[in-house]
Design a protein around this ligand. Sequence first.
Ligand SMILES: Nc1ncnc2c1ncn2[C@@H]1O[C@H](COP(=O)(O)OP(=O)(O)OP(=O)(O)O)[C@@H](O)[C@H]1O
Length: 373
Amino acid sequence: MPPKAIGPYRVLETLGSGGAGTVYRARDRRTNDEVALKLLSTGPSLDDRAARRLVREFETLADLAHPNVVKVFEAGVHEGWPYLAMELIEGLTLRHYLDVSAGELHSATPLSRAPLSIRRTEDDDFGSVDGPDEDADDDSVVDDDEDGTFGLNAFAEEAPSEDLASFHGAGDDSDSDDVPVDPRREPARKPATKAHAAPPRMADLNRPERMGRLKDAMLQVCEALAYIHGHGLVHRDLKPSNIMVDDDRQVRLMDFGLAKFLADDAGITADGKLVGTYRYMAPEQILGEPLDGRSDLYSLGVILYELISGRPPFDAKTPHELWRQVLETEAPPLLALNLHGDPQLARVAHRLIRKEPDDRFQTAEEVYEALSE
Ligand SMILES: Nc1ncnc2c1ncn2[C@@H]1O[C@H](COP(=O)(O)OP(=O)(O)OP(=O)(O)O)[C@@H](O)[C@H]1O
């Protein structure tokens, strides 16, 4: 049962939950405005002093203002748990936005709202490593096919171009798996989803209308990243579910600032856990090295790669195997996976996922320019 009230907000409904907490649609009793309220639930509840410090930290986010960065209104503490009130986005996460047809995009509100309530596990990869998972089921791991279709094991929680309703309805509604990750522990395997998703067809991925939307959304993400990097900040957990597109096709970068709250400069929490989502983590993030904006650009490259080819650049059954690949192996050439993929986007994606930050684009502005050529 969601709480009835959180601080000065009346809770209206649950929008969904992720690794860091639960997001509610809520009404500000002072102004009558609706907001999205994220109640964090990781870590211990806070004592008064820690809570005040946190609220101060979050309030610096409220100073940020960019059309492509979700607006944070205020922070507070509810029964020892921090919460964040932010702009309520009526729209779709990036992946869903690309999956719906143009006709559906302009249709009634209910369609555009539906995925918000069915999703939970998109962008998840291997799941929590909090304990051994006896039920690991390797059967659903599908090897790459020669004809350009592919295995979906790392995509198990969120196949890109399928019937989302039936996929989610099939039942894996598992817990959040993104954060935190403890690199010192032996990773456990998460049971692969029972729902076997049909791989997306390349013709679907390459629809010109979809590619146009993808490019436009990527340009807006670049603008958001240029803005936050320009303020000396790093997102640290960039992934498709943290990118929403509203009904006017305006992109918003979400959950910015959260990873910083949860971890230190190298993305490590007080108890030695990595913050981020496995599949999108740059090599330097996996290694616990200091991060800068180029780590976000790596994550952007993984997103782009996935959205062009329908599969992630690195695909493995365990976090350790994935990390080995990210650190040591080259991703398959995108245009070998998707013969009719957009060569310009493919080039940009490959350059973004270079292992060495110095070999990538150095700034979001550079990426913007390369995408606009
Ligand atoms: N500002 C917002 N407006 C509308 N919906 C939102 C907003 N912020 C989050 N949501 C929705 O709430 C749900 C949960 O979001 P949350 O950020 O907790 O999860 P996540 O991004 O999937 O996971 P994680 O926190 O692990 O990154 C998602 O469906 C998300 O789209």
